[in-house]
Design a protein around this ligand. Structure first.
Ligand code: IPE
Ligand code: IPE
Ligand code: MG
Length: 248
């Protein structure tokens, strides 16, 4: 048996007719991946961005409806100026390339997070990407940038309170669904599956509201090494879970 055959045999069995509608990924482990190679952390972020491109394209190919990725958190500003600068530089490069290839890839892109903290140039690129995306349907990729789950909830609460003050909303009629309409994720179904590579077993402020009933898949693989096979393993694991939502 060739190595290729053996690999294929070990590949997880995914039922592509029954995919979750929405998968979310915490793209973690870029820094450690680079460190293992005696390279600067920014090198890991660059390779991680390529992994994102590969996985996003593949998710579209298999017919996934929504992919949400954690790219930069509200806490990631604590990192060195050099690292933050490198990440923002990669983001600009990625968006410029994405805009150039959108007609070909036809992936719809959205952004969750407070973009006002980004440079005007980056904000403009995000806006452009969003605008072009309106022409497409099919897979929607949500990129979480300067995103924090608690920040998202506080913002929603503020906007809701403002609507109450202006007489546009009434607290007696507030439901979970209505409140969800104030979140960045407005209109997007909750992720059924959340994947975190890099061996960390935490959410790190990612989608606390939306993950109430998500299934979690943790793997030691570092994000730059994450590939289709690893995605298959995560989906196959998800497909073997018994989701009860509080019932029996
Ligand atoms: C994730 O990789 C990317 C961002 C948080 C921007 P990390 O940079 O957190 O990589 P590790 O966790 O230090 O290995
Ligand atoms: C979460 O990873 C944020 C992103 C992947 C963008 P972190 O590396 O920032 O999380 P912690 O610090 O390990 O919790
Ligand atoms: Mg990390």
């Amino acid at each position: 048996m060739t190595l290729f055959n053996r690999r294929q045999k070990q590949d997880a069995q995914v039922d592509f007719q029954n995919l979750p509608r929405h998968i979310a990924i915490i793209m973690d482990g870029n820094g450690r991946w680079a460190k293992k190679r005696n390279m600067p952390r920014s090198y890991g972020h660059g390779v991680g961005a390529e992994t994102f491109r590969t996985i996003a394209t593949y998710c579209k190919e298999i017919g996934l409806e929504y992919l949400t990725v954690y790219a930069f958190s509200t806490e990631n500003w604590k990192r060195s100026q050099e690292e933050v600068g490198a990440i923002m530089g990669l983001l600009k490069k990625y968006l410029l390339e994405a805009i150039g290839q959108m007609e070909r890839d036809r992936v719809k892109m959205e952004f969750f997070g407070d973009l006002s903290a980004l440079t005007p140039e980056l904000q403009e690129l995000c806006e452009q990407t969003r605008e072009i995306s309106k022409r497409y349907d099919g897979c929607q990729v949500n990129i979480c940038l300067n995103y924090g789950g608690r920040d998202e909830i506080v913002r929603a609460a503020k906007a809701y309170a403002q609507d109450c003050l202006e007489g546009k909303a009434d607290p007696n009629h507030l439901t979970e669904e209505r409140f969800g309409g104030y979140l960045f994720s407005k209109g997007v179904p909750d992720p059924e599956l959340i994947i975190r590579p890099s061996g960390e077993l935490r959410l790190s402020n990612f989608l606390p509201w939306q993950s109430a009933y998500s299934e979690f898949y943790f793997t030691d693989v570092l994000w730059p090494d994450f590939d289709k096979e690893e995605l298959h393993r995560a989906i196959a694991a998800f497909q073997h879970r018994s989701r009860r939502f509080g019932g029996v």
